[in-house]
Design a protein. Structure first.
Lengths: 500, 152
């Protein structure tokens, strides 16, 4: 099949009414949670995991993807109007976006953010269409040692790029790998660390673990410190950027798209790394860098484009290599698993409708977002007035409901509570949740490829270094592991969205 | 931060030793013929190494007193939330979905969010009825029946 017939397949999938509806629901929910501070996309998608169980896989992935990139749109709205980044990725947008709003230019700021994101989203989708199939084809040649090396590299990169300590991140990823090995062993059918509790035979449930760490953990952390913001401008008019705005923003959008796309391909390359890079590039290239931080439209256009291109590119490693690049991708990985789909190189081949449908839905979703966000901006601003005292009981309850309805098992509620406490303590002791979740989810793949490699080589560890691809991956992973010991890692790369 | 890292590093070290002991009790096998305990043992050993590195990193850090709770934190609300979840888990299949959900919302809304009784009651009724109808009728998901479900 060539590219065009694939694209045609994708659009035929997304034009099915059910899929269109779920795409819309996804971007709508995404925008909503992007606007609401204190409820991140990670928590929301995990809340919806049980619901996706009832949907068909294509519709559920389309919806979940919509939440992911929709949240990025919503996050920029609160950054510009309130100086509150709804998501960590939008911190940069606050710098110039809020200043523009104070100068009465909230409209063009919101407008350029939306159009910039749309343009970037379009290019990212195109890139996804071109790169993903080739990458998947390449990855089909991977044997167990390569898969193992790839997973090790992904974990090292995620913890390297994260804002916290890399050692702590790696410790959490390892703990996640262990937690994922609880239950029946895949090779010998021996029960491991079950302690006589039969519900553990199937392993710890993905949903209660994620809900505990992200959902309950987030609510409790927010209960401790409540943020309040005042809407700077209730009425926003004149959303269309002027010709001069467009002229100022065109190249920043293009560069932002490029930067975001490539950072999004790297595991751990979250939205925050891409927005900060784009901002500093624009500031350096600008002929009037002194305007940055005082309402320069380039400082909104570039990072917003980068953020959106990044979220599109994040899907490439997930759908082609089976590598989740950040916490949210790990949850999307889980939602695919729950639906009986194994993310990886075979996904495109075995489920072309899913793959191309999701890509096409991202394009359609971006159009929906422009329509949703520009004329309806006033409604979104009003959502900011919902007090957290109303939201928090609802979120906690949905965590409970989600954990329970997955298997209709009360022990899952206890698992959720335990991981809620763990998630809360992890925040307190500055440990990130994303590496733990990632390790937990890829544990079976890591163990399977590790054991199979050893069986292949008769117990010889050099197999990871004698095969070219796996050797290269291992060496890069080692380099990123050793690097922090020599000199400091660049702070601007710190990607806060991994905390979500 | 130093105290926090020392505490958490020590906890992880003890946990890793426990994981290693537990794995050895399973069949570890050899690298040539790996058993079920091999992978958990490897994770236990690696976690142990990282926890020692965390402890070593902590030694270099300055002694600064960061309070565990943010000043002015609503500690009661956080503990009550944990308690409410525990109560929900204990009573869900005994009292049924509607009754336990009502109690959960009443508890959280009144004592954690600090709403008045009337507001809390209204919130609890609306939220539990709405979720019940969505899950029961729209998603046809089996929810545990109990005292209130028998009435309706």
């Amino acid at each position: 099949m060539n590219v065009w017939s694939n694209i045609a397949l994708g659009f035929s999938v997304i034009s099915e009414p059910m899929n269109l509806v779920f795409c819309f629901v996804g971007v709508l929910l995404g925008t909503l949670i992007g606007v609401l501070p204190g409820l991140g996309p990670g928590a929301t998608i995990s809340l919806l995991l049980p619901l996706t169980y009832h949907l068909n896989p294509v519709a559920s992935v389309i919806m979940v993807a919509g939440i992911y990139y929709g949240a990025k749109y919503g996050g920029s709205t609160t950054s510009i109007l309130l100086n509150i980044p709804g998501e960590a990725d939008s911190v940069v947008t606050c710098l110039d976006g809020y200043q523009m709003a104070r100068q009465g230019r909230a409209g063009p700021a919101l407008g350029i953010a939306a159009f910039g994101s749309f343009i970037a989203g379009t290019f990212a989708t195109l890139g996804l269409m071109l790169i993903a199939p080739a990458l998947a084809k390449f990855a089909l040649r991977f044997g167990p040692p390569e898969i193992f090396a790839l997973m090790v590299l992904a974990m090292t990169l995620i913890t390297f790029m994260s804002s916290g300590s890399q050692i702590k991140g790696l410790a959490m990823a390892t703990l996640g790998l262990f937690l994922g090995s609880i239950g029946l062993d895949i090779f010998e059918n021996v029960d491991r660390f079950v302690f006589g509790y039969n519900f553990l035979l199937e392993g710890l449930g993905i949903v209660p673990v994620i809900m505990g760490i992200f959902g309950v953990g987030e609510v409790l952390a927010n209960l401790e410190m409540q943020s309040k913001g005042e809407v700077f401008e209730k009425r926003v008019s004149n959303l269309l950027p002027s010709l001069k705005d467009w002229k100022d923003s065109f190249w920043p959008i293009m560069r932002g798209t490029f930067i975001g796309f490539f950072i999004g391909l790297i595991p751990g390359g979250g939205g925050m790394a891409s927005t900060f890079t784009s901002y500093s590039v624009e500031k350096r290239l600008s002929r009037h860098p002194e305007k940055f931080g005082r309402g320069a439209i380039e400082g909104v256009a570039g990072p917003e484009a980068a953020n959106n291109a990044c979220s599109g590119a994040n899907f490439i490693p997930l759908l082609t290599l089976g590598v989740p690049t950040n916490g949210i991708m790990a949850i999307i990985f889980a939602s695919l698993l729950i639906n009986g789909l194994q993310p990886g190189p075979l996904l495109i081949k075995n489920n072309p409708a899913l793959f191309w449908g999701v890509i096409a839905s991202m394009y359609v979703g971006n159009v929906m977002l422009v329509i949703l966000n520009l004329p309806l901006i006033g409604i979104w601003v009003r959502f900011l007035t919902i007090p957290y005292s109303v939201l928090s009981p609802l979120i906690l309850f949905f965590c409970l409901l989600g954990s329970y309805t997955m298997k209709n098992a009360v022990p899952d509620l206890v698992v959720m509570l335990v991981f809620g406490i763990l998630g809360f303590l992890m925040r307190k002791f500055r440990y990130e949740g994303a590496p733990l979740i990632m390790g937990f989810i890829i544990s079976e793949m890591v163990e399977g490829s590790f054991i199979r490699s050893l069986l292949m080589s008769n117990g010889d560890f050099s197999i990871f270094f004698t095969r070219p691809i796996s050797c290269v991956l291992m060496v890069i992973a080692l380099a990123f592991f050793i690097l922090p010991f020599f000199g400091k890692k660049p702070k601007s790369l710190g990607s806060k969205d991994n905390e979500k | 931060m130093k105290k926090f890292d020392n505490l958490s590093g020590l906890f992880l070290l003890i946990l890793s030793i426990a994981i290693c002991i537990g794995s050895v009790r399973l069949h570890v096998g050899t690298f040539r013929a790996p058993g079920a305990g091999l992978f958990p043992l490897v994770t236990g050993v690696v976690l142990g190494i990282f926890s020692i590195l965390i402890l070593l990193e902590a030694r270099k850090k300055a002694e600064e007193a960061i309070p565990f709770w943010i000043p002015g934190a609503d500690i009661k609300a956080i503990l009550l939330s944990f308690l409410a979840i525990l109560i929900y888990a204990l009573f869900l299949e005994r009292l049924g979905f509607l009754a336990s959900t009502l109690v959960f919302f009443l508890l959280i809304s009144r004592f954690v969010s600090g709403h008045r009784w009337a507001t809390a009651f209204f919130f609890a009724v609306v939220a539990s009825a709405a979720t019940y109808s969505v899950f029961k009728f729209l998603l046809r998901s089996p929810l545990p029946p109990g005292i209130l479900e028998r009435v309706f």
